[in-house]
Structures are given as structure tokens and as C-alpha cells.
Design a protein around this ligand. Structure first.
Ligand code: MOS
Length: 750
């Protein structure tokens, strides 16, 4: 049996908007998230963090803290076992240790100096306050612009350039701009956006002999198992990471200092340790979408044919290297023969850049899609028509390979129709106090790494099944969708499927829940494992009924065959009854060779701008998505609603504010860091799935929705703002103060 067949042509469970299999548990609070794990004799940990933007620790005096009630251990750089070099992502094979677990050179407000474990959480915090530290404060930089200035205080030895400029070129941009009949050029700036996970970051660490277990709130248990094992010099088999109820929008992918510190302090005290960050620490330390400066120049002919793109971008990585690149959509969303992209990244004295839902892409969309809007206007073309003319059907960054599918033309045209684009666009701008406008923006998401997952499906002799897989459901409904595949293939009702997931000891390796890939990575492996079960059932039936297995069929949990073979429920087969279980194994096959895989999307937004108060209100939004097959419209739509909500934050409200005088973050709390609330999200959100019936991408035909759901949202809002006001908002977020400045001072945003 082919374990990697073409996608289904007909389905009965896959594609249905079934409720989440764990929905009732999650809603009623029964679900045991990592934060809920409580073990007998557990200690609680708290961290002393550097209060300064840039400082050297001269002296740490723990004597008073050690005497505080309930304190059982303190871990600091004075402990030999804690002198662990710390690496940062973005440096690849040339990784350099730029820090250590407790580095006396603190490069941002929030760097770890010591961890206390005490009998209660409050005792731990009290002891942290009793630690006395002498700091030598150092000059600091708090912005991308300042970091680039000659003579700026260096964040790292060797200065503030985090990585050498990366340059991408194709064609000849000088020729491209010479051929252009319209050229636009603008500088865009996006602000640093902070991770605001509902469940704060942290873990519970427990040693059972030499086996370390971490109950961790993360999205990539196998990566974290590997990271912790390497840092503590342990075999993989001795590190167990359980992220059954995972989470994270990119900030919970990597091994973090609290994991290693929790393990060390649990070993030292021979007690389980619960170590979770506070909300303030999450804002300071767990990572962010870095600020970007992007100068984008674009040229086109009168008929709308693009001739050249030139992007010069600078990103702000924080105190340690990161890897947010913003060029990919400029490279490949639209057909353009001449492209040049130059990207730099700079250190500043603040928390580091980390993956954040579609790293680099919303920033890129902010610049690219506003540029497309401006260019369409200059050419006198409708922005939808202009984009339609330039959609790329081959992947220009991957040797012009065709995409397995590209539904972007349908996203644009069917989206425009469903939104009522032409009618809404025709409305005059007017001079009223409150003006309305509509905008459009497109996007895509790029896949970087090859996919891996091994899945086991157990089919029991009562006709129920266990799905055993390494991937974690970070709130997307992943487990439900995977169970739908089992139900589809084996005819087992959803209520009889138990999903066992994301535990490195009891499930098999799967890539982390990142890159919008969980369904498209693990899904085909689940299908393979089910087909393996099916093949074994057919072989068992063939032996039992003395026929060729090729003459038998498996349908809805039953074996049927030529005359003489009784219709038999698979669970009743002699082999199944005797063995009690049939085990199927599925392994994710590679991506198709010589093709590129991308989801695509177009968002339409309508906004209302109050020209007196500067308030921007989102009236409605429509999101047309080609993410391949829709596995479950309910979980799919939830991803889109969430993506749009994040896009509203990116466009209108979210920004880290660092005080230039002290270098400290001024809004490290829920009140002052403004994520959108229910009042900011319009009731009218429409999801329009575009299914291109991709038969090549993988055996499920699906491409992933999590990240594309966010990518163009903010840019569509910015374009609607321009349509409403006639003024281009180049800086994100478009705050009320900036709107007032923009409208009064003309074209430049203050
Ligand atoms: Mo993501 S930013 O790939 O979790």
C-alpha cells in the first residue's frame, strides 16, 4: 500500500468543522497546562534580574538572602555548575557563545543574575529582594537609529552591527528603474512588538534518579530536549520534555535560561522546582518582533508591469543576535526581474529578537504592500488589478520552480468580489470629521526547513484508536485535526480516539509547532500510520479468509471482499482479537522535489478615521486565504481571527517603549502594552478560504494557516487609512497622536 498517496478526493470527517476534541476540558479549566503542574515537595523559583539597560556586575552578596525564611538554594555565576556558555540563534554553524547562564556583563534590563528556590513563591521573591548587588552602569543604546551612529556605545564587543549585511540581487536594478515609467520610494518603520503569551513562560523541573523531566510551556519539545541535553551534557534519553498543552507564537521554540536553571536548582536541592516568569519578566525577556527600518523603491511600466524593487532594511535585534529577515516577499510575491535587497541588523540594549508569528513578514508587508498601493495610485490602476497583473506563479527565489499551488489570483479576485471592493473603493474621501476608507494587501508565508515527523497509530480490538505523535497543540486545534485524519482513514469515531502528544519520552520526534507547519508536517505522517494499520489489517484478513489482500477492501472500519468473504468489522479479525492491537507507523515524506510550497493570502480592510481625535476604528475585514485544503473550518477560522487581531495590534496599538534617558522599558505590563481587546476587533470578520486543490504539496493537500493569517493584516489597515485620509502612515503603530500629527503636518508621520 502506498503510504503517501495523493490527497483525498472525497472526505467524510476531514474538512468538517468538528468541535475540538479537548474543547470542553480547555474551556472548563480541567486541562493541566505546565503552569498548573504541582508536585509533592515542590520548591518555587524566582529570578534576580539586572535593573539597568547596560551594566557590569561588580559584586553579588547572597549572605542576607540565604538567611531569608524558606530559602533552600541560590544559583548564581559563583556556582561552577552554572557557568554554562549561552548561544543564540541566528548564528547557525558559526555559533559563538555571547553570554553565559548568569553573565556578569548585563546587556539589557532583565538579564539573569541569580535564581532563588524557596518553599513558597513569595519567600522566593522576598529572598530575591534581599540579594545585594553592586553594579557598574555602562552607556547604552535604545534605538536602531542610535545604534548605527558612529561612536555609539557598543552592546557587544566589536560594535553594534549584529551580522554582516546580507545582499540579494537578481537582474539589474539600474536597468529596471531606467525602464520604469513610474517610480515610488518611501521609508517605512515598524515598532518592536512584544510577545504577550497568555500562559507566562516557565516549567516545572523534576529529577527521577538521573532522568530529568521538564513540564514546559513550549511549542517545540524535541528541540528543547536537545538544547537542555547539550547544555547539561546529558544523553537525549535522560531528558524528558512534556509540552502536551503547548503554547507560543515563536517565543517558546528555543531552549531558555529558566529551563536550565530550573534543572540545576532541582538537582542541587533534590526537590522538584516550579519556575515561571512574571508578566513583567515576560515582557522584558522572552523575545520580540524587532523594529525595522525599510527603504523601499519600486518601479513599473504604464501597463502595470513591475520592473524593479530595491529594499534597504535595518533590523533591531536587541542585545543578542536574532534572525528576522524582511526581504522574502519582495523577492517572490510578485514577478519582478530586477531586485536588490540589502539587510543589516543592529544590537541595542534591550531584550532580544525572537521568532514571532511569521518573523519578518508583517514588517515586509507593511513596506511592500503600501508601496504597491502607492505605485498603483501613481499608475492610475486599481490596487487589486495591479497586484493581479504581477502575481508570480513560479518561485523566483528557488530557481523559478513552480509552486505546488498558488491561489493568490483567486484570493484577490474572489476576495474583492466578496468584500464589495469596487463599490467601497469608489466612495469619495470627503472632509467630514470621520472619514472612511478601504485598503487591500496580500501576503504569503515561506517554508524554510524540510519536514520531519514519525507517528504511531494503535488500533485496538474494541475498534478504538490511540494516536501517538510528537507535535504539540499550541492552541490551534492541531490534535483535533490530526484525530480527524485517523477518523477519516480508519472509520474510528472521534470520541474513541485518544491523542497522546508532545512528550519526548513517550512520543516520537516531530518538528516543533512553528512555521505554520504542524498540520502539514504531522498530518501526512498520521495518514501514513493509518494506512500502515490498514495494510496490516488487510494482510491479517487475507490470511484469515485465504484470499489475496489486493482483493479485500477496508471501508468505515469494515473488511469487505469477493464472495465468500463475510463483511467483517476490522476489530473482529482473529489477528486483532488475539494480539489486542495493530500498530501502524508513519513517517513524513519530504516536500515534493522541484516545487516550492507557499500559502498565499489577501486581506481587505475598511477603517474609519476620526480626524479630530486621531482614532482609527476598524469597521470590517475580509481575509481570503489559500492555505490549501481546509481541514477544519472552525479551527482554520480561529487562526484567521487571531491573525487579524494581532495585525490590528501591529497596525494600531502595540509597541515596546524604552526610555531614552534610563534605557528602561516603560510599558512592561498588560495595562501599558496595548494588545487589542474585544472592543478593538470588528464584529464583521469574514474568512474566505480559497482551496486550489493542491495535489502535490503532501498527502493531505494542506499548506498551513497560522502565520499567513497575520501577514498582510496591518498593511491592509494602513492602506485603508491612506484611502480614508490621503496621508500615508509609514510608521507602525498608527497611534492617535501620530494620526493628529500626520493630518496636521502633511505627509510625514511624527
Ligand atoms: Mo513561529 S514564529 O514559527 O512559532
Amino acid at each position: 500500500m502506498d503510504l503517501n498517496p495523493k490527497p483525498w478526493t472525497q472526505t467524510t470527517v476531514v474538512g468538517k468543522a468538528v468541535p475540538r476534541i479537548d474543547g470542553a476540558e480547555r474551556l472548563s479549566g480541567v486541562t493541566r497546562y505546565a503552569l498548573d503542574v504541582s508536585l509533592p515537595d515542590m520548591l518555587f523559583a524566582a529570578t534576580l534580574r539586572c535593573p539597568h539597560a547596560h551594566a557590569r556586575v561588580v559584586k553579588v552578596d547572597l549572605s542576607k538572602a540565604r538567611e531569608m525564611p524558606g530559602v533552600r538554594a541560590i544559583l548564581s555565576d559563583a556556582d561552577k555548575e552554572a557557568q554554562i556558555p549561552w548561544y543564540f540563534n541566528g548564528y547557525g554553524p558559526n555559533a559563538r557563545a555571547l553570554s553565559r547562564l548568569f553573565d556578569p556583563h548585563c546587556r539589557y534590563q532583565g538579564e539573569e543574575i541569580a535564581v532563588v528556590a524557596a518553599e513558597t513563591q513569595l519567600q522566593a521573591w522576598d529572598a530575591v529582594r534581599a540579594i545585594q548587588v553592586e553594579y557598574q552602569q555602562l552607556p547604552f543604546v535604545t534605538s536602531l537609529e542610535d545604534a548605527q551612529k558612529p561612536g555609539a556605545p557598543p552592546v557587544q564587543d566589536g560594535g553594534n552591527l549584529a551580522s554582516p549585511a546580507s545582499v540579494y540581487t537578481r537582474g539589474d536594478i539600474a536597468k529596471g528603474f531606467a525602464e520604469a515609467e513610474a517610480v515610488v520610494e518611501e521609508t517605512y518603520r515598524t515598532s518592536c512588538e512584544l510577545h504577550t503569551s497568555q500562559e507566562v513562560h516557565g516549567c516545572v523541573a523534576h529529577w527521577d534518579g538521573d532522568l530529568l523531566t521538564l513540564w514546559d510551556s513550549d511549542q517545540s519539545p524535541f528541540d528543547i530536549q536537545r538544547g537542555v541535553a547539550e547544555l547539561l551534557r546529558m544523553p537525549l534519553s535522560k531528558v524528558r520534555v512534556n509540552a502536551r498543552y503547548g503554547a507560543g507564537f515563536g517565543s517558546k521554540l528555543d531552549t531558555s535560561k529558566y529551563m536550565v536553571a530550573a534543572a540545576l536548582i532541582a538537582r542541587k536541592t533534590r526537590r522538584p522546582v516550579k519556575y515561571f516568569l512574571t508578566r513583567e519578566e515576560v515582557y522584558l525577556c522572552v523575545g520580540n518582533r524587532p523594529a525595522h527600518l525599510m527603504k523601499l523603491k519600486a518601479g513599473a511600466k504604464k501597463d502595470g508591469t513591475l520592473t524593479a524593487f530595491e529594499l534597504t532594511a535595518a533590523g533591531e535585534v536587541g542585545a543578542y543576535p536574532g534572525d528576522d529577515n524582511v526581504g522574502q516577499m519582495v523577492q517572490e510575491l510578485y514577478t519582478c526581474p530586477n531586485v536588490k535587497i540589502t539587510e543589516d541588523q543592529y544590537f541595542i540594549n534591550a531584550g532580544q529578537n525572537r521568532a514571532f508569528r511569521a518573523p519578518g513578514f508583517p514588517q515586509c508587508a507593511w513596506a511592500l504592500e503600501q508601496t504597491m498601493d502607492a505605485l498603483a495610485e501613481k499608475l492610475g490602476l486599481d490596487p487589486v488589478d495591479f497586484r493581479l497583473k504581477n502575481v508570480a506563479m513560479v518561485c523566483q527565489t528557488e530557481e523559478n520552480r513552480p509552486y505546488t499551488s498558488n491561489g493568490l489570483p483567486q484570493c484577490l479576485s474572489e476576495g474583492a468580489k466578496a468584500f464589495g471592493w469596487k463599490e467601497a473603493r469608489a466612495g469619495a474621501r470627503g472632509e467630514a470629521a470621520i472619514v472612511r476608507g478601504v485598503g487591500v494587501a496580500s501576503g504569503m508565508w515561506g517554508y524554510l526547513a524540510p519536514p520531519h515527523a514519525t507517528v504511531i497509530v494503535k488500533y485496538f480490538d474494541d475498534g478504538s484508536a490511540n494516536l501517538n505523535m510528537g507535535s504539540t497543540d499550541i492552541g490551534t486545534g492541531h490534535c483535533t485535526v490530526m484525530a480527524q485524519i485517523v477518523a477519516e482513514e480508519l472509520g474510528v469515531p472521534l470520541g474513541k480516539i485518544e491523542v497522546e502528544s508532545a512528550d519526548t519520552q513517550t512520543t516520537q520526534f516531530a518538528d516543533g509547532a512553528s512555521g505554520s507547519r504542524s498540520v502539514m508536517i504531522t498530518g501526512p505522517a498520521v495518514r501514513s500510520a493509518c494506512l500502515d494499520v490498514k495494510a496490516k489489517l488487510l494482510a491479517a484478513a487475507a490470511a484469515e479468509f485465504q484470499v489475496f489482500d489486493g482483493d479485500l477492501k477496508f471501508e468505515n472500519g469494515e473488511i469487505t471482499g469477493p464472495p465468500g468473504v463475510p463483511r467483517t468489522p476490522a476489530r473482529r479479525l482473529r489477528f486483532v482479537q488475539e494480539q489486542g492491537v495493530v500498530v501502524g507507523v508513519g513517517v513524513r515524506a519530504p516536500h515534493p522535489a522541484n516545487k516550492s510550497v507557499r500559502p498565499f493570502c489577501t486581506h481587505f480592510a475598511e477603517v474609519e478615521v476620526n480626524r479630530r481625535t486621531g482614532e482609527v476604528r476598524l469597521v470590517r475585514m475580509l481575509a481570503a486565504h489559500d492555505s490549501g485544503r481546509v481541514m477544519n473550518l472552525a479551527t482554520y477560522s480561529n487562526q484567521v481571527y487571531g491573525g487579524i487581531t494581532m495585525g490590528i495590534g501591529f497596525a494600531l496599538t502595540e509597541q515596546r517603549i524604552l526610555d531614552a534617558n534610563t534605557g528602561k522599558m516603560l510599558n512592561a505590563n498588560f495595562h501599558d502594552y496595548k494588545i487589542p481587546t474585544a472592543l478593538d476587533v470588528p464584529a464583521e470578520l469574514t474568512v474566505l478560504p480559497i482551496d486550489p486543490h493542491d495535489t502535490e504539496v503532501n498527502s493531505t493537500g494542506t499548506k498551513g494557516i497560522g502565520e499567513p493569517a497575520l501577514v498582510p493584516a496591518a498593511a491592509a489597515i494602513a492602506n485603508a487609512f491612506y484611502h480614508a485620509t490621503g496621508v500615508r502612515a509609514t510608521v507602525s503603530p498608527i497611534t492617535r497622536a501620530s494620526v493628529i500629527n500626520l493630518l496636521h503636518q502633511g505627509r510625514k508621520q511624527g
